[in-house]
Write a protein that binds this ligand. Structure first.
Ligand code: NAP
Ligand code: MG
Length: 486
């Protein structure tokens, strides 16, 4: 229980987000060549997408077979040859601006659907996912006719057809990260969202159709791993952009070895969040909470390994537990909710299994005491203290609201500990001293390092990993190069 002894008998009144303006179809088809088409074959296959907050079905989604993937790639190739590669860059930019503006206009609808389908708190989808997705389209729209300035005397050219595969944790945002730079650089696209969160990508398909993009420039096809593999293995795809787990990233790298396909891989992470004794502790505690618990810990760059300087460890843990006690877990569409539903039953099982492993490994377990709804997939914010570097919960990506805590005494010690991981996606540092920040940012092997903040994103800033977190950068000028040849 909290050391503040909260009276937990009272709760905020419900503040549900209005859903009346949402239009969902019963069945969604594949978006190929500018049209919504049924999967090929006599018996097209459909799968259910569910709302993880109550496990009720939201819609049926078409499953693209290898033949459908081939159709989508042909349509993208045709659009590349016929329209997109011939269009003046300025006009390409106009289309991307149009998508950005329409997304902004329909932000509420997209936010609600994102929360319904994926389980994230509406506060997050409204204030993070959808505005950032629109910002990505705005940012890359601006680059479309300025590539010659970005790469003077290098005559950049598009690659052709880009195959893109994305995960379920930031469905629309990941689609924007992939689609916007590919379009700005003159490529055409076949993209597949994750099986559990296809709805906002399909809504984006409707928006792209309304925006009147030439048919086939963006093809959005749904399905599971086999559909993704068919995109990766298609001989007429010039570039694979993948965001997802390290294990699938490795399969993709093997599959494209020896081909001419260009690849970028954005994979898993196990970020260190490092608190020094001279940090502003209350601010750091907010950063820890934001780093691991929001979005249910379904964040590749989540600050899942906390390192606290020994002299302030007790104070930080006490304040952290108090703050954890105030977090509300529940209905993703309630505006008061801090932590929504775990994306799928399967992911909840994975998280619960790691919690068991952590207890067996001998770490001390703590979870907040908030009530959980009866139906749906839920996990309270949790933490493990008394952990060691060799514990599996410290080494492996859990992808849920589970934090491990370790202490350190010196700067060199924490650098060694933080770098002792297969991953290298991100890290955080909290200190009053600029010198420590500079030393850490040069010594930590992580693609992104936040100082006195955490999980801050901006389209102008490149993002990507080292080691088993992948290679290539998305965002900023770097994000353009990944779709160009010189
Ligand atoms: P995942 O299982 O690797 O799936 C990612 C995508 O790949 C999904 O669309 C999936 O389809 C598809 N897929 C599965 N098997 C495939 C195969 N053999 N060939 C081609 N595609 C295949 O990852 P996830 O569970 O969705 O997402 C969580 C992971 O993503 C975490 O490890 C997280 O760290 C990582 N992530 C990284 C970043 C980053 O920027 N570095 C950002 C977000 C997430 P289905 O899901 O439909 O089966
Ligand atoms: Mg769903």
């Amino acid at each position: 229980m909290s050391s503040l002894n909260f009276n937990t008998n009272w709760q905020y009144a419900e503040a549900p987000e209005n859903q009346d303006h949402i239009e969902l179809k019963e069945q969604y088809e594949l978006f190929i060549g500018g049209e919504f088409v049924k999967p090929t074959g006599k018996k097209p296959v459909y799968f259910d997408t569910i709302n993880p907050a109550n496990n009720k079905k939201l819609a049926s989604i078409a499953e693209a077979s290898t033949a459908d993937v081939d159709k989508a790639v042909k349509s993208a190739r045709n659009a590349y040859d016929k329209y997109w590669s011939k269009m003046p860059a300025k006009d390409r930019g106009k289309y991307i601006y149009r998508i950005a503006r329409m997304l902004q206009e329909r932000a509420r609808e997209f936010a609600v659907i994102e929360s319904l389908d994926g389980g994230k708190a509406i506060r997050e989808s409204k204030s993070v996912d959808i505005p950032l997705a629109a910002a990505h389209f705005f940012y890359y729209a601006g680059w479309a006719d300025k590539l010659d300035y970005a790469y003077p005397n290098r005559k950049p050219k598009p690659l052709g057809v880009a195959g893109q595969i994305i995960p379920w944790n930031f469905p629309l945002l990941m689609a924007a990260w992939k689609i916007a730079p590919a379009l700005a650089t003159g490529n055409t696209i076949v993209i597949k969202p994750a099986e559990t969160t296809s709805l906002t990508a399909l809504k984006l398909a409707e928006l792209i159709q309304e925006a009147d993009l030439p048919p086939g420039v963006v093809n959005i096809i749904t399905g599971a791993g086999a559909t993704g593999a068919a995109i990766v293995n298609h001989p007429d795809v010039d570039k694979i952009a993948f965001t997802g787990s390290t294990s699938v990233g490795k399969i993709i790298q093997r599959a494209v070895a020896g081909t001419n396909k260009k690849v970028t891989l954005e994979l898993g992470g196990k970020a260190a969040n490092i608190i020094f004794e001279d940090a502003t502790i209350d601010q750091a505690v907010e950063g820890i909470i934001n780093g691991i618990y929001f979005n249910q810990g379904h964040v590749c760059c989540a600050g899942s390994r906390l390192f606290v300087q020994e002299s302030v460890q007790e104070k930080v843990i006490r304040k952290l537990k108090d703050r954890m006690e105030t977090l509300i877990v529940g209905d993703p569409l309630d505006k008061n909710t801090d932590i929504g539903a775990i994306n799928s039953r399967e992911q909840l099982d994975t998280i619960q299994n790691y919690i068991k492993i952590g207890k067996k490994e001998g770490a001390d377990f703590y979870e907040s005491s908030c009530p959980l709804p009866k139906k749906g997939n839920w996990c309270r914010p949790t933490l493990f203290t008394n952990t060691s570097q060799s514990h599996r919960i410290v080494q492996e990506e859990i992808f849920g609201p589970v934090l491990t805590v370790q202490s350190f005494r010196t700067l060199d010690e924490v650098i060694d500990k933080a770098n002792n991981t297969y991953y290298g996606l991100s890290a955080g540092v909290w200190t009053d001293k600029g010198s420590k920040i500079f030393k850490l940012t040069s010594k930590l092997k992580a693609g992104v390092i936040w100082a006195n903040t955490y999980n801050k994103f901006d389209p102008t800033s490149p993002f990507g990993g080292y080691k088993e977190s992948g290679f290539g950068r998305e965002g900023g000028l770097h994000g353009l190069s990944a779709y160009l040849k010189f």
